[in-house]
Design a protein around this ligand. Structure first.
Ligand code: NAI
Ligand code: 13P
Length: 328
């Protein structure tokens, strides 16, 4: 056990709760902060997050609160709020000077900012890192083996964060390419919706494998265009997470795509869920961000059009298949 201080986890969804468990397992006292006082009290009383992560008993070292003052003593903050709410959530909380590790995957609509870019606007100059990888919350919560990358330009911070959060069963690699890591985490959710739609529409496993592979090419192009490294796209936060999300039955993004592929409307799918599928809000923002950098995302654009009701799955596939043939 490496951790010794207090870690604050902001956002008591599935991933925030799983990371709170992991931080406790790594030897830290943990404050899991929820924005809603009633929900915090319910989780604290049940010692379980029945809404977002049912069936997992909270570690004794995890305390749950909605009080901002409880964040004061934490020497590391994990931000685990959906991308569209990250800015407002952080802006409403006091700046204690604690280093920030953002665990959110997505692009903010309107501003087209990635999580660390949002942090830079809300907490200019704060020490910040990003944690990302192939990590279904329910598996990490149970302590099943997993790996992720903690990337920051600040080598001291990524070492510290890996030391405080890692255990033998949650293997954390350092990375110096936070841009590449963030783009991978945001793009894989969009490609997962496309992969799910292909499966839901009965187009077959061959089609999914082709689409995921071409999706990785899109993701890699965007990583490089935004200043990241191609090898980051081939690592845990790129290929690794793409593989998990597009094939694992537990993915919210893939399952949303499957339902769309079977003919459900987006409104009906979202109305039946409490949990977030980040690819929905991210798809149009990612495509716009890529376009601003001169990068075309054919699969991303097809997903954005599908979600907006501008295309059916059959039309989206037809458009992708009709693209001019070229060398791989
Ligand atoms: N669940 C997973 O397996 C993983 C999730 N992530 C990422 O972690 C982030 C959080 O996802 P989950 O914990 O899975 O979410 P979730 O779907 O389990 O829970 C939704 C979360 O959003 C919060 N929320 C909803 N409306 C809000 C608002 N208006 N303002 C502030 N917060 C609001 C809820 O309080 C809750 O914490 C996402 O970016 C996701 O992509 C990353 C790795 C794994
Ligand atoms: O990010 C994730 C796994 O790494 C979770 O994926 P979903 O949000 O699609 O469930």
């Amino acid at each position: 056990m490496a951790g010794t201080g207090r870690i604050a986890v902001l956002g008591a969804g599935a991933w925030g709760t799983a990371l709170a468990q992991q931080a406790a397992r790594a030897g830290n006292a943990v404050t899991l902060w929820a924005r809603d006082a009633g929900r915090a009290a319910t989780i604290a009383a049940a010692r379980e997050n029945q809404r977002y992560l049912p069936g997992v008993a909270l570690e004794p070292a995890v305390s749950v609160t909605a009080e901002a003052a409880a964040l004061d003593g934490a020497d590391l903050w994990l931000l685990v709020v959906p991308a569209q709410h990250l800015r407002a959530t952080l802006a409403a909380l006091p700046d204690t000077g604690a280093p920030l590790v953002v665990c959110t995957k997505g692009v903010e609509r309107g501003t087209l900012k990635l999580p660390l870019e949002i942090l830079e606007e809300v907490r200019p100059g704060a020490a910040a890192a990003v944690l990302s990888g192939p990590n279904f919350a329910h598996e990490v919560a149970k302590g099943l083996p997993a790996a992720a990358v903690i990337a920051s330009r600040d080598a001291g911070l990524r070492g510290l964060a890996a030391e405080r959060l890692g255990t033998a069963g949650f293997r954390l690699y350092g990375g110096d390419d936070p841009m590449g890591v963030q783009v991978g985490g945001a793009a894989k959710n969009v490609i997962a919706i496309a992969a799910g739609a292909v499966i839901g529409a009965g187009l077959g496993e061959n089609a999914r494998a082709a689409l995921v592979t071409r999706g990785l090419a899109e993701l890699s192009r965007l990583v490089v265009a935004l200043g990241g490294k191609a090898e980051t796209a081939a690592g845990l936060s790129g290929l690794g997470d793409l593989l998990l999300t597009t094939t694992g039955p537990g993915s919210r993004n893939t399952s949303l795509g499957i339902e769309l592929g079977r003919g459900a409307t987006l409104e009906a799918v979202l109305a039946a869920r409490v949990s977030v599928a980040e690819g929905v809000a991210t798809a149009p923002a990612l495509v716009a961000r890529a376009a601003a950098a001169g990068v075309e995302l054919p699969i991303g654009a097809a997903v954005a059009d599908l979600l907006a009701g501008r295309l059916t799955v059959a039309e989206a596939m037809g458009r992708l298949l009709a693209r001019p043939r070229r060398d791989e």
